[in-house]
Design a protein around this ligand. Structure first.
Ligand SMILES: [Zn+2]
Ligand SMILES: [Zn+2]
Length: 343
């Protein structure tokens, strides 16, 4: 395995997240003042409305799905399976694909595996891979400091400041220019050359449509096959459960890493920010909740660094490695771990 020591210098840590020579937690300001290229423009009205639909739509879908259940009883195992399988596959697209493979380059794989992971990630409706990675690398570059797109720790002190911060980290930041106008040139110059990624970015709306229409078509097909219910009723249930409910769950679990995992939990390593290890978030997010470990060692393919920290995404990467689908898998050395450990 490819062991590295990414705890030595801030430059090494920044390089490990693909940020060139800039250090983690360094403000991107020139000596004369603010770096103009880092001033984030306001999101346009159209972008804000689109984001509002993306946030409210799945939430309303959950309410309707639960109301139908309440009124007509359990919707059927096939729809529960759609939620679980859809959540697992698209979440792995994000955690193994967008995050550990693309944003942090923590392992290498074949092009077709990468393409599959990118498409699965896009189906989670969390943005196209290029946008996702640009925003995420910015987060690592400014973690819990001015310029962090979604830090929950910059909204003031006390209980009110904490609630305001958590809201911003979970949802509020989505309406800022950090999301709608990410700085590709600065954060992802290594990724913008990739034709596949550019294609997904340009045709991202197709994945959003497929993410909703796919489960509806599946629901229609299942009910038509079973012949008990009207197939169109199945299409509606597929759309609600396999589409909106699944998207709602994936969204909020991912966003809770931005909010909860910078406020609640344990800190095992010095990371220069407030990131925490949160077991509940880790279970729900396939290992991403070991977020303090991740900030301390951004390039590590494994986030659950202790034996008791269950990390499903790492199990997937390790399995891929064992069957020859992943290589150059990066892990921190014992010395690096010890150097940052909080005792
Ligand atoms: Zn973080
Ligand atoms: Zn990261």
């Amino acid at each position: 395995m490819n062991e590295f020591n990414d705890s030595t210098t801030s430059a090494a840590r920044a390089a490990s997240v693909g940020l060139g020579d800039h250090g983690l937690n360094k403000n991107y300001s020139s000596q004369e003042g603010v770096d103009i290229s880092e001033q984030v423009p306001e999101a346009s009205r159209v972008q804000k409305i689109a984001m509002l639909i993306a946030v409210i739509g799945p939430f309303l879908g959950c309410i309707v799905a639960i109301a139908i259940c309440w009124q007509y009883g359990f919707m059927g195992w096939q729809y529960l399976a759609m939620v679980i399988a859809g959540w697992a596959l698209t979440t792995l697209g994000i955690t193994v694909g967008f995050h550990r493979l693309l944003a942090h380059k923590s392992f290498e794989t074949y092009r077709w595996v990468k393409a599959t992971l990118m498409m699965l990630g896009a189906l989670s409706v969390e943005g196209a891979p290029l946008v996702w990675c640009a925003v995420h690398r910015r987060h690592h570059g400014h973690s819990d400091q001015e310029g962090d797109p979604h830090s929950p720790n910059l909204a003031g002190h006390g209980f009110k400041g904490m609630i305001k911060g958590l809201w911003h980290g979970q949802i509020g930041w989505l309406f800022s220019g950090y999301w709608s106008k990410p700085n590709f040139e600065k954060y992802i110059p290594d990724l913008t050359k990739d034709r596949l990624l550019r294609w997904i970015d340009k045709n991202y709306y197709l994945f959003v449509i497929l993410s909703l229409v796919g489960p509806a078509a599946l629901g229609y097909a299942i009910e038509a096959y079973l012949g008990v219910r009207n197939p169109w009723y199945g299409a509606g249930l597929g759309f609600l459960w396999g589409g909106l409910v699944r998207i709602f769950l994936t969204h909020h679990v991912t966003w809770s890493i931005n909010s909860v995992c910078h406020v609640f939990g344990k800190r095992h390593f010095r990371s220069g920010d407030h990131s925490t290890n949160n077991a509940v978030c880790a279970m729900l997010s396939m290992g991403e909740g070991w977020h303090n470990n991740h900030h301390a060692f951004p390039s590590s393919a494994r986030h659950g660094l202790f034996w008791y920290q269950f990390d499903m995404s790492w199990i997937v990467i390790r399995t891929m490695q064992m069957v020859g689908l992943a290589w150059d898998v990066k892990l921190p050395s014992k010395r690096a771990l010890e150097a940052r450990r909080i005792h």
